[in-house]
Design a protein around this ligand. Structure first.
Ligand code: SF4
Ligand code: SF4
Ligand code: SF4
Length: 458
């Protein structure tokens, strides 16, 4: 039996008692509530009962980092945007439309509130709409947070999420000098990116690529690889036929890896789903081809990471929770992140804020002007988020073999199924997670590919 009982960080005394099993093409995957797991075939099943496992000092859930207070604080500095991406969930207001910019007063109030977190690590992320449309407030907020942190002395990071169309030399220098990392969207080669992410007559690909290269060069000359720009892709129907080209685009830009991400059929994307969406099987084939291309690159001696596989492998092999907020139990809403809207309203997470922009206030916790820090965490919406994303409370998840490695999204449930708890059985979210797990586990059964993937996390 290969790949059985591989979790070497877990104990010496416990007999493996698999509670849940999932039969799949690459074998039978079993797990228990603490993340102990095995991937075997039918002949290996009787042996599992006799396996002993290293004893874990901390149960998996306690190690999940859920209870240290939110570390990610997202300031939505404007809803305005100069792009018209085909999947945009917030239906951005036009660039010229005024009235949705965060004032500096609201930004400062948000930062003041955020510093109450007991978490020693704090990240401020500025986003929109297009965040650079409110450049003065972004700039002042960065400086304000830095000044404030002279008192709090937290491990503070700052990031801006931008489509890069409004980047210029002044802003570039500011972000590099102040150590603000830049995150952008890059859906793939120009033909695809510009089809998905509409901007002006020609699309935003050229500018995005130009500034990614500039920030990458600045990071490498500063000797701080951590400050490399990052890019995220979103998969649409138009992406499905060219996964290799998308991977190669990221590789050619020296981004070191790619995070293959599905589109969610919620909000605006849900209304145009027949034009841009796909079913979970199509996504599975797309993801499998993407991972195959990534592994090919690695086989030639280059380290190039696929982040879904790396996240999953970190949980499998290191018994760690990498604190990816969407795939943990409970999820990172409220406990891991808070989103501060341009008008001062505080939400469980950015996706909850997006639902709020569409008129659904289910995920609103209060206001920076009226709500005290500790009041945020006892709001019914906060409690519902934690409860609905706790996998033990989800009937389908509680007995699923992937439970220790997965998560559910209350915002997705509310938008797609009309209820924060949702129903995971047969849900799109669940099918997509399973598709990724199946593909990664199939790759892990190949010893050469397993070594490559383990190499990403060691
Ligand atoms: S850049 Fe972002 S906010 Fe603007 S339209 Fe595209 S997805 Fe929406
Ligand atoms: S969402 Fe689906 S795959 Fe994930 S734990 Fe729940 S039932 Fe399992
Ligand atoms: S509610 Fe959904 S989007 Fe928000 S943190 Fe939880 S999993 Fe992520």
């Amino acid at each position: 039996m290969d790949m059985n009982a591989v979790n070497q960080n877990a104990g010496r005394q416990l007999a493996f008692n698999p509670e849940n099993c999932e039969r799949m093409p690459s074998g039978i995957f079993c797990s228990d509530s603490f993340g102990r797991w095995a991937l075997t075939d039918v002949s290996g099943m009787p042996l599992l009962a006799a396996e002993s496992f290293p004893q874990c000092l901390l149960p998996y859930m306690a190690a999940s980092g859920s209870f240290y207070g939110p570390s990610l604080h997202i300031l939505v500095v404007t809803l305005a945007c100069n792009h018209a991406c085909i999947y945009c969930r917030v239906a951005p207001v036009s660039e010229k439309e005024k009235g949705t910019e965060m004032t500096l007063e609201t930004a400062k109030k948000s930062i003041d509130l955020a510093f109450n977190t007991p978490n020693d690590c704090i990240t401020f992320e500025f986003q929109g709409g297009e965040a650079l449309l409110n450049w003065p407030v972004v700039k002042s907020s960065v400086l304000y947070a830095k000044e404030k942190n002279k008192i709090y002395k937290k491990d503070m990071r700052m990031a801006i999420v931008t489509n890069l169309s409004l980047m210029d030399e002044e802003k570039f220098k500011f972000f590099v000098n102040e150590g603000v990392s830049v995150c952008t969207s890059l859906d793939g080669p120009a033909s695809l990116h510009n089809l998905n992410r509409r901007y002006g007559n020609n699309g935003g690909h050229d500018k995005a690529v130009y500034w990614i290269k500039r920030f990458a060069a600045a990071a490498s000359s500063s000797g701080k690889p951590d400050s490399l720009p990052s890019a995220l892709m979103t998969t649409t129907k138009h992406s499905l036929s060219i996964p290799e080209k998308i991977v190669d685009e990221y590789r050619d830009l020296g981004l070191g890896g790619i995070f293959i991400r599905p589109l969610s059929p919620i909000g605006h994307a849900g209304t145009v789903w027949k034009d841009i969406g796909y079913d979970p099987l199509e996504y599975k084939l797309f993801y499998a081809r993407s991972l195959k291309r990534v592994l090919e690159i690695n086989r030639c001696g280059e380290r190039f990471v696929e982040r879904n596989a790396a996240l999953f492998a970190r949980k499998l092999f290191h018994f760690e929770n990498p604190n990816y907020l969407d795939l943990k139990s409970p999820c990172g809403a409220v406990t891991g992140q808070l989103a501060y809207n341009w008008d001062g309203n505080v939400y469980s997470c950015d996706e909850g804020r997006m639902l709020g922009a569409g008129g659904d206030a289910s995920f609103m916790l209060g206001s920076v002007y009226a709500t005290k820090w500790r009041e945020l965490f006892v709001k019914p919406s906060a409690i519902m988020c934690a409860s609905a994303s706790c996998l033990e409370s989800q009937p389908a998840c509680a007995r699923c073999a992937f439970k220790p490695f997965c998560g559910v999204c209350p915002v997705h449930n509310k938008a797609a199924q009309g209820c924060i708890y949702g129903n995971m059985k047969g849900s799109y979210w669940c099918e997509i997670q399973k598709a990724v797990f199946y593909v990664v586990l199939a790759a892990l059964r190949n010893p050469a590919d397993r070594e490559i993937i383990k190499g990403w996390i060691d």
